[in-house]
Ligand binder design. Structure first.
Ligand SMILES: [Zn+2]
Length: 162
């Protein structure tokens, strides 16, 4: 009984070592979506902008037309529009990662289902108001809204790109 108990503790710690080293390997293969100098205007977490709510990503201000890159080799999963993200695109990668880029221009070099690589431009930052006069999502100025999911759970992008 005691032997079995120690064995399960042992395997528990082994799995922690295995999974954390696995994480490090995975994370080192992801590249940042903006390849120029940048700053973060709004962090991941609860904030008060209009209302008190959860911000599920980070915001990076850049002029319209700034290219946005894939994080790694992946597939274009979704291209659409919503009142919060404006024009947005979702890319899926191996190891359960997924990235969402919001407030984009609406001009995309690739289509849904296309394979992309780390150095592919997948979108461009869009204007605050689209040519139709519609606001490009919940935004007051041109920026990339950048969300990362892992196994469909939100994670803080800053935890990966330190
Ligand atoms: Zn945002």
């Amino acid at each position: 009984m005691i032997k079995k108990y120690f064995y399960s503790i042992f395997t528990f710690f082994l799995s922690i070592i295995f999974f954390s080293s696995n994480d490090i390997n995975t994370i080192s293969t992801l590249s940042f979506p903006i390849r120029l100098d940048y700053y973060i205007s709004s962090n991941y977490g609860y904030r008060t902008v209009g209302t008190y709510h959860f911000h599920n990503g980070i915001d990076i201000p850049k002029p319209p037309g700034t290219p946005v890159y894939a994080l790694a080799n992946g597939v274009i999963n979704y291209i659409g529009f919503s009142s919060s993200y404006g024009n947005y695109i979702i890319i899926t990668y191996s190891n359960g990662y997924k990235s969402l880029y919001g407030h984009m221009s609406g001009i995309y070099p690739f289509s849904v289902g296309d394979y992309v690589t780390t150095n592919d431009i997948v979108a461009y930052i869009g204007p605050t108001f689209l040519s139709s006069g519609i606001r490009n999502g919940f935004t007051t100025g041109p920026h990339l809204h950048f969300t990362i999911y892992r196994n469909n759970k939100l994670i803080n992008p800053i935890a990966i790109f330190k």
